[in-house]
Design a protein around this ligand. Structure first.
Ligand code: C2E
Ligand code: MG
Ligand code: MG
Length: 622
């Protein structure tokens, strides 16, 4: 007969041990061990059963019990399975005489089993399995013992349910984790997992001086595949590439789909740079034969591969990835279909450019952008007819950044419309303050090709001019020949529209670009600005002055006004005047000035002729 205290001790023991995340196997082992102490039996076992699955998690207090459990599973017959299937306890006080178990009974008796008592592990929705008590002598168990056994079985079942739910939750979270860290198309690790592996490697590297290499592969012309064959074929190609690349990795390496058509190899424990080179050569080779996408479609695609390497003792950081990416772009710029180790000199120039693009983004808000104005004068009497607005960027560390650089950065980083609009708005505002004091000068504003081609350009100009209450006839937009080369038809339409508003168009830096004289006849322009390099040639080359005369004559022939740029000396001024250029601009007359200077010296600039002697003191802002 079971001692009530002994049972209570087992139950509280259960409660203590199993309250936390004890594993299922541990729960069962614990149950069978303790039950043998409490009840008059020789061994105990548990089998867990799930519908449509083989019985599992067999726990046993000794080898005999384990055998009896396994025998019932093998024969698919026995008191254990009956208890599970019926949900009722099954008592077999004398197995030798019992006729219910024709398969299990005889071998079990031969193995020394005399009596079996089994109890279902009950749960609300059914059974989880059964608890089996074994004795080596026949005989009944007392009613209290049977009751105690069922109580233990019920308690164990409750804990098992808990543990199963925990297991399921954790395997679900494993599944979610897998989804979060892998690319759904190719099944390869994604960028996040690569990042984690890289961090892990960085930690390990700092302890073990491990070396690592990153190879960044980007397909050449993948966009064309998508555009020509559609995204579905694009996806098929990516999958085929992923499969081919997977064959190249060694144990411990990570191949990840980093983004669209970018794949990254993270190679841990490379011994020398040559190891990484070898892999790169194998990747090159992997793209040397076509990808068979289906019965009818075969595509050939190459990849540009960038490599970066962290040698012994060097930190393994994100920077390695950035360097491999940069090297990949270097490979692309050199024509693609090859691999390339990072060229640090080129890379540092690219890094500086990237930094400056970021700085430029903040420059406007931080008041680092300004405009300088350079007078444009009439060559005949030195009277100022207008000013040209020129961008100035005062960088907090680099000082003055020249306008050409600032504009190139703005164009390259998609900031040109924002900055161009600001220039136009600020220039029109400044112009309004001078105009209200008389002497209405023209305002010339430079417009970059990209800016002119923006769909919203015309409406931006209209808005700004209207808001500044400016007479459009005072505004001159300066464009360069590049814009005409890119898309002549569209540029012509935009220029026509601007001229319809009354705005004039000047062709800037004439002579430096394509310089087709026939443009001068065809284009909707009003003014030609002869580039300063021609003016600089005056007196230096015999043809210097002749060129200026020729261009000026031709421009006049088609009704254009001519401005000579970069006039620095008296001789140059005399020649451009003699050549018939109506207007001129250059240090001979005035350097570009801050808006405040022009406002302060309004009368000097706009009502009296600008003289050579005046310019000596006015060099700020140039
Ligand atoms: P640009 O439109 O041909 O402007 C004339 C450039 O020549 C200015 O350089 C001016 O400072 C310089 N300059 C003027 N007189 C002389 C001279 O006598 N001798 C010499 N050597 N140079 C002289 P800056 O300000 O550096 O501007 C360079 C270029 O940057 C401009 O050439 C223009 O193409 C572009 N740029 C300037 N501001 C803007 C802007 O707001 N928007 C756009 N899209 N481009 C701009
Ligand atoms: Mg200009
Ligand atoms: Mg120019």
């Amino acid at each position: 007969m079971v001692q009530q205290e002994a049972l209570a001790a087992v139950l509280s023991d259960f409660a203590r041990t199993l309250a936390t995340d004890f594993p299922i196997q541990g729960i069962l082992d614990h149950l069978v061990e303790r039950i043998v102490d409490v009840l008059p039996i020789t061994a105990a076992g548990v089998t867990l059963i799930r519908p449509d699955e083989n019985p599992q998690y067999i726990a046993a207090s000794n080898a005999d019990a384990l055998r009896f459990e396994q025998m019932q599973t093998e024969f698919d017959e026995g008191p254990c399975l009956d208890a599970y299937r019926t949900g009722e306890a099954v008592a077999v006080p004398d197995l030798a005489t019992d006729r219910r178990f024709g398969l299990f009974g005889p071998p079990a008796v031969a193995a020394g089993l005399a009596a079996v008592f089994t109890f279902p592990l009950r749960s609300a929705g059914g059974r989880l399995g059964a608890l089996d008590l074994y004795r080596d002598a026949p005989g009944e168990l007392a009613a209290e013992d049977l009751e105690a056994a069922q109580t233990l079985a019920d308690v164990a079942a409750a804990y098992l349910l808990n543990a199963q739910a925990r297991d399921e939750a954790s395997s679900a979270s494993d599944r979610f984790r897998h989804i979060a860290l892998h690319d759904p198309l190719t099944g390869l690790p994604n960028r996040l997992l690569l990042q984690q592996r890289l961090e892990h490697l960085a930690l390990r590297g700092s302890r073990t001086h491990a070396m690592a290499a990153i190879l960044f592969a980007d397909l050449d012309g993948f966009k064309r595949v998508n555009d020509t064959h559609g995204h579905q074929v694009g996806d098929q190609l990516l999958l085929a590439v992923a499969q081919r690349l997977t064959h190249l990795i060694r144990p411990g390496d990570t191949l990840c789909r980093y983004a669209g058509d970018e794949f990254v190899f993270l190679c841990e424990d490379v011994q020398t740079q040559a190891d990484a080179e070898q892999l790169a050569t194998r990747i090159d080779a992997a793209f040397s034969h076509p990808f068979q996408l289906d019965e009818f479609l075969e595509l050939t695609v190459t990849a540009s591969i960038g490599m970066a390497f962290a040698g012994p003792g060097e930190d393994i950081t994100d920077q390695l990835l950035v360097e491999a990416d940069t090297a990949m772009y270097q490979a692309k710029r050199r024509g693609g279909a090859a691999h390339q180790l990072i060229d640090l000199r080129e890379a540092s120039a690219a890094a500086i450019r990237r930094d400056m693009e970021i700085d430029l983004r903040a420059a406007m808000e931080r008041g680092q952008l300004a405009l300088a104005y350079q007078p444009i004068v009439r060559t005949a009497d030195c009277l100022v007819t207008g000013v040209e607005a020129l961008l100035r960027w005062c960088h907090p560390e680099r000082g003055q950044v020249d306008a050409d650089t600032a504009i190139r950065l703005a164009e390259g980083s998609g900031q040109i419309s924002k900055i161009g609009s600001w220039v136009l708005m600020q220039a029109c505002r400044d112009h309004a303050t001078w105009s209200c004091r008389g002497g209405r000068p023209d305002l010339a504003v430079n417009v970059s090709p990209r800016q002119l081609m923006e769909p919203a350009f015309l409406s931006t100009v209209t808005n700004v001019v209207t808001r500044a209450k400016m007479n459009p006839a005072s505004l001159i937009l300066e464009i360069t020949e590049n814009v005409l080369i890119d898309d002549l038809a569209r540029a012509t339409t935009v220029l026509d529209d601007l001229r319809t508003l009354g705005i004039r168009i000047a062709l800037d830096d004439f002579g430096t670009g394509y310089s087709s004289l026939s443009y001068l006849r065809q284009l909707p322009i009003d003014i030609v600005k002869i580039d300063q390099s021609f003016v600089a040639d005056i007196g230096r080359t015999p043809s210097g002055s002749a060129m200026i005369s020729a261009v000026t004559d031709l421009a006049h022939l088609v009704g254009l006004t001519v401005v000579a740029e970069g006039v620095e000396t008296q001789q140059q001024r005399d020649i451009v005047l003699a050549a018939g250029c109506e207007l001129a601009q250059g240090y001979f007359y005035a350097h570009p000035q801050p808006a405040s200077t022009i406002a302060l010296q309004h009368d000097r600039y706009f009502t009296t002729p600008l003289r050579l002697t005046d310019t000596a003191t006015t060099t700020a802002g140039s």
